[in-house]
Structures are given as structure tokens and as C-alpha cells.
Design a protein around this ligand. Structure first.
Ligand SMILES: [Zn+2]
Length: 266
């Protein structure tokens, strides 16, 4: 059974742009958790041998038509992750599957079209934080907002829709970005996963340096053991890969590849 949970989170994405790299300031370390990066204690390395698979959740992040080649905000090589994500979803290894779906009103604050005189990929200040302005994407009810039809969404127990509040963006699937009062509202996913007895969260989807990274940070902060299935994600700007991997490892997040999961789960 598919349970559709329509949280008013303002997600946004990251979508891609072809060509030049996104500006570095978009990846500032203040992003998801607000925790300081400098001086952070080195976390212990986690092991797949410790995973209790029935209590592991796969979170498939925003694999939507607009974020793949041909869409409004295509992530370079985004289509290459489809077979890997499908194999993960069909593996029957995870006790729970959850999906997220970017789902914006037409006048969403993350759209450049909502800011007269601004262009897509400009960076502006929004409530004291950097905000990338994206091309219009994943508009509610549009064909581009569809979850990609190649993947077996029927297996997901919940679909978390994000970005429905026009005034707030949200990269993480667990919390919005900052609102006007400086808060990051919860989507309720932490409580949902806890209620289902989840211990390990495996993240895949789009994109590495925004939604996946921010979600990993929030999941780690919430106390889950967190993994990013690296070859089941793609970045808008692959030059950020090293920095993203280092930052996540510094938080104790495991970086794994699909083949390692196959071997670990037998
Ligand atoms: Zn978005």
C-alpha cells in the first residue's frame, strides 16, 4: 500500500545545469545542520556487517522527470543512476522503502521566475542564507514532477512531497531550509522512521551535493546510522564530489557502492 504523506516542506532542488560549475558558495558548510564543521570530532567508521536489514530504510530522493536528461533541470548523467536505483528498490533487502518528490507551487520562491530581474542559477540572500534560483521545475501536477516511470514506486511505503510552501526551499528530506523566522521545519520523516523501527538509512537519488548530502546530515544528527549509495546518486557539479564525500565521512556517514551492498547482504 502506498501512503502519500503530503508535508508542506519547501524542497528544492538542485537541478542541474549543463556546463559551468555552480558557484562554490552554494555548497557552504552551514547548510543542513548548522553544526560547525571545523573541529568536529572524527566519527567512528561504520560497518555494513552491523546492519540489520529488516530495520534498514532506503530513501529514494527526487528521481523525477525534471531532474533527468530532457527535463527542466537535468542532472548530468542523471539517467545513468536509474538501473542502480531500480536494483536497490527491487533487492528486497531493505525493510522499508521511502521516496521523496519535489512538488512546488508555480510561484515557488526557489524559482528565478519569482524574482524579477534575476536569472536562473543566480544566488540571492533569502532570510539570511544563500539561495540558488532555479529554473521552474517540478511544478505540482506537471509531467516533469512525475516520479520517473522506470522505477518501481509501488514498493514505497511513503512518498514525502517537499517544496509545497511557496516561501521556503528544502533540500533535506527531513527538514526545510530556513524560513523567515530562522527555523527549519521538520517534515516528520524522522518520527516516521523511528516509528517503523528504522536504525539504518540508505540514501540514493538526486542530487549528491544538495538533497542527498543535506538529508544525510540531518539523518545523522537525528541519530540514525547513515549511508550514501554513491553510484546511485549524481551531482549537479561533480567537482564537488571530493568535498562532499569528505564532509559526510567526517559526520560518520558511510559511503558505499551498490556492489558492496550486494556482497554485504549476500
Ligand atoms: Zn525544487
Amino acid at each position: 500500500m502506498v501512503i502519500l504523506l503530503e508535508y508542506r516542506t519547501g524542497v528544492s532542488h538542485e537541478q542541474s545545469r549543463t556546463g559551468a560549475a555552480l558557484r562554490r558558495e552554494r555548497f557552504d558548510g552551514n547548510c543542513a545542520t548548522g553544526r560547525p564543521k571545523a573541529g568536529m570530532a572524527k566519527m567512528a567508521t561504520i560497518s555494513l556487517a552491523d546492519v540489520i536489514w529488516p530495520q534498514a530504510c532506503l530513501v529514494v530522493t527526487d528521481v523525477q522527470v525534471d531532474f533527468l536528461p530532457g527535463g527542466a533541470l537535468p542532472v548530468p548523467e542523471g539517467n545513468q543512476l536509474l538501473p542502480v536505483v531500480r536494483a536497490l528498490m527491487e533487492s528486497e533487502r531493505f525493510g522499508l522503502l521511502v521516496a521523496t518528490q519535489d512538488w512546488h507551487p508555480p510561484d515557488h520562491v526557489s524559482f528565478a521566475s519569482s524574482h524579477p530581474g534575476r536569472l536562473a542559477y543566480d544566488v540571492v540572500d533569502l532570510y539570511g542564507h544563500s539561495q540558488v534560483l532555479w529554473p521552474d521545475h517540478c511544478v505540482q501536477g506537471s509531467s516533469g514532477a512525475r516520479l520517473h516511470p522506470y522505477l518501481p514506486w509501488v514498493r514505497c511505503a511513503a512518498i514525502i512531497r517537499k517544496g509545497m510552501d511557496r516561501s521556503v526551499d528544502s533540500y533535506s528530506t527531513f527538514r526545510n531550509n530556513w524560513d523567515a523566522s530562522g527555523h527549519r521545519a521538520s517534515t516528520g520523516l524522522v518520527e516516521y522512521l523511528r516509528g517503523r523501527g528504522v536504525l539504518d538509512v540508505f540514501l540514493c537519488g538526486l542530487t549528491r551535493e544538495f538533497c542527498v548530502k543535506w538529508s544525510a546530515e540531518d539523518a545523522a544528527q537525528a541519530g540514525f546510522r547513515v549511508w550514501v549509495v554513491w553510484d546511485a546518486t549524481r551531482a549537479l557539479d561533480p567537482t564537488t564530489d571530493q568535498g562532499i564525500a569528505t564532509a559526510l565521512k567526517g559526520l560518520g556517514v558511510g559511503i558505499v557502492r551498490f556492489a558492496e551492498l550486494q556482497a554485504a547482504a549476500g
